[in-house]
Design a protein around this ligand. Sequence first.
Ligand code: AMP
Ligand code: MG
Length: 401
Amino acid sequence: MLTVAEAQRLVLREVRPLPPMTRPLTADALGLILGEDVASDIDMPPYDKSMMDGYAVRCADLAEGQATLSVIEEVTAGRTPRLPLAIGQATRIMTGAPLPDGAEAVIQVERTRALGDGRVHIEDRPPALGLNILRRGQEMRRGDTVLTAGTRLRPQVFGLLATVGRTTAALHPRPRVAIVPTGDEIVEPSQLPGPGQIRNSNGAMLVAQTANAGAIPFDLGVARDRLDSLRPLIAEGLTHDVLLLSGGVSAGTLDLVPGVLLEMGVEPHFHKVEMKPGKPIYFGTRGVTLVFGLPGNPVSSLVCFELFVRPALRRLMGEDDAGTELTELPLAIEFAYRTDRPTYYPARLLSGTDGPTVFPVAWQGSADLRSLHDATAFVRFPAGDGHYRAGQRFPVLPCDA
Ligand code: AMP
Ligand code: MG
């Protein structure tokens, strides 16, 4: 059977970033990834500018650090100076304002005293040439590439894009993800389950996981375990970038999903992975559409999404790092656990004085969602009869976003 790492490689091998589309740089683009290099259309700053409120001076006048100079004008931000600085003169200048010709340094206002008669007295160290001045183009020159394709849109990137005059950019779009829970026993959350029935928890959970991964969920509703119910919903699902099915991929007589997918032209890449929970997971593709058959047990569905679907969504959105590498953390407590397959066990991350540790929660297996309400991660234990010490390190799959 495939290992999780091998299965993740098979998934990522099939994923190409969605082609970038030009769109407005509104707040809902936060987190998206640039699909183009971006160059500046201006020099920044566009003029030599003061970085302080103070006085623009010539260095020769302050060779001793002290001088009394006559103030020839005041320049606030947004104004331009009219008078060049001559020997013995200073210009009162504000942060961000353009410097007058001849200015070589700005003395911050705290080091000066206005004498009230049009003069200022300065007491400071002799200023270095360029003190408190940002020269034109020092931050960027017109034509400079200031952002490269692959950059994620964080708030500071929005600021930089605005600086260079961009209101739109080519961005990898959010994947459209169809969600189809399956099962004759599934009823809507608003209904009271009858005999043999169970509420649809996976639908709501997959919608939330999809949205949280930055993709757009389309809940297509529950398919029954019948060909005439599965076929139309799968056909509609296949028009999306990703189709997530839950249930119907195990070894039961009504686990019809893989057969219907094959009949509809989906090429299977794997079915079953050496893991717990989640062993029956299925993955296939039709064209560029990725199809995941997630096992129906709620915790299996949750874990399989985090291990296989989330990395694929990151890749579709242009992220270089699919996020499949797990960091190892020490166990918070001694723990005994016996399992026949590598197991992703619900746990809580704790912040101890020596850094984070991982605390396995009490758990009844893959159908038990209740124990997960305060789990923030899964800790991976190897197959075998394990008696683990507190402090022993294990890989941790975060699940708290
Ligand atoms: P299956 O993978 O279809 O064999 O389902 C495995 C188990 O998960 C069964 O106990 C199902 O009732 C349960 N199950 C399947 N789909 C869902 C769902 N959408 N919500 C909650 N439980 C489900
Ligand atoms: Mg089923």
